[in-house]
Design a protein around this ligand. Structure first.
Ligand code: MG
Length: 385
């Protein structure tokens, strides 16, 4: 029997941080990292942290830091305040009547999971394992890769790939877009014949491009991620039959129902699971269970999270049903410094360790958090240019 917690307060910290390296994708480039750090305080004085990793602009899901703040502040936080939680999955039911806004839901839910784990002297990784299928225990580390944004020239791309390989990353993901795709993959494959390589199109193609996309089959890719529309499942079911490269869905899968549909009609070979995209850990664990049951290869994706969200992703990625390297890189890929300590450092075999401490296992640095909040208020007029 686990100890329950009662939520006394929810505090929202919108933040902006400079990125060490930008991540240009087919949909555009975010000039800085935006997020909301959610702080949940229990009546016993325990603090739980969660991250809403919606971007400054509505280019991934429709959410932005601004919309997430709006629904959290005006609605979601009030549905959770004063509630006693004896199973962290209850948060899903408390906020489910608010439709969509998955990133916002995830950040709030994650803060409660963190507080609940701390109240029970557990690591978040072990709490997640507790609600995973029987026998699934944390492996205490996550196997990870690195994602490289679109680069203007092949030379710049090679330089970054060389740097990442030297750092020890064993799986390289490249962003592609129309006009910067097949030739680029070819030249990269020629230069690096043996690396584990995958591509992410972030929805830049249509089914009419099937023949063009099938050219990727010659490059022995681990997968191609989200080639077609961000809200499509149906047309992907035709594309999987027109090319041999495994098709991974990211943007299209927002619920466990989407995942079941994609499996049923043969639209998916691999799932990139982002807790932020499916609205939290409860829905993530449902997706996890379906993947295990169907032996669907699964990995955890990233939203350029700050340490709070990164630690939570590492915890989830440490479960044994995660069968492919995840998009969770070391802290120095993203921020200098992050708002949390200690940083995540790339270890042996392209891995990140699950921290030993309870909950997410790392500490938010209050002073840096306040600086990042001040940064946000300097940037909050930002609109997609
Ligand atoms: Mg993706």
């Amino acid at each position: 029997m686990m100890k329950s917690i009662t939520i006394k307060d929810v505090i929202l910290h919108p933040v902006a941080l400079s990125l060490v390296e930008l991540l240009p994708i087919s949909a555009g480039t975010e000039p800085f990292k935006g997020a909301i750090v959610v702080e949940v305080i229990t009546d016993n004085g325990i603090t739980g942290w969660g991250e809403v990793s919606s971007a400054p602009a509505p280019g991934y899901t429709g959410e932005t830091v601004g919309t997430s703040y709006h629904v959290l502040h005006n609605w979601m936080a009030n549905l959770v305040k004063g509630q006693t939680i004896d199973d962290p999955r209850q948060v899903y039911d408390l906020i489910h009547r608010i439709r969509y806004h998955e990133h916002a839901k995830h950040g709030l839910e994650a803060a409660v999971w963190d507080a609940f784990a701390k109240a029970n002297d557990m690591r978040l990784a072990d709490l997640l394992a507790h609600y995973a299928p029987e026998g699934h225990e944390s492996r205490n580390k996550a196997v990870v890769g690195v994602s490289i944004g679109l680069q203007a020239t092949d030379e710049e791309l090679f330089n970054i790939i060389d740097k990442r390989l030297k750092q020890g990353y064993r799986r390289i993901k490249l962003k592609i877009k129309r006009g910067r795709d097949v030739e680029m993959a070819q030249i990269v494959r020629e230069r690096y014949p043996d690396i584990s390589l995958m591509l992410d199109a972030n929805s830049d193609y249509t089914l009419d491009d099937a023949e063009h996309l099938a050219q990727f089959d010659q490059f022995n890719l681990l997968m191609i991620e989200q080639p077609l529309s961000h809200d499509d499942i149906y047309e992907h079911s035709f594309l999987t039959k027109k090319m041999n490269t495994p098709i991974c869905l990211d943007e299209s899968i927002k619920t466990v129902g989407d995942l079941k549909l994609a499996l049923q009609i043969g639209a998916i070979d691999i799932l990139n699971l982002k807790p932020a995209r499916v609205g939290g850990f409860t829905e993530s664990l449902r997706c996890y269970e379906v993947c295990v049951e169907h032996e669907l290869p699964l990995w955890i994706g990233g939203m350029l999270e700050v340490g709070v969200g990164r630690a939570a992703n590492v915890a989830l990625a440490s479960l044994p049903g995660i069968t492919l390297p995840c998009d969770i890189s070391a802290t120095d890929r993203y921020f200098d410094p992050d708002i949390t300590e200690p940083p995540f450092v790339l270890g042996e075999g392209s891995t990140l360790d699950v921290p030993d401490g309870y909950g997410i296992g790392i500490e938010v640095q209050r002073e840096r958090l306040e600086e990042a909040v001040a940064q946000w208020y300097e940037h909050d007029q930002y609109v997609l240019g």
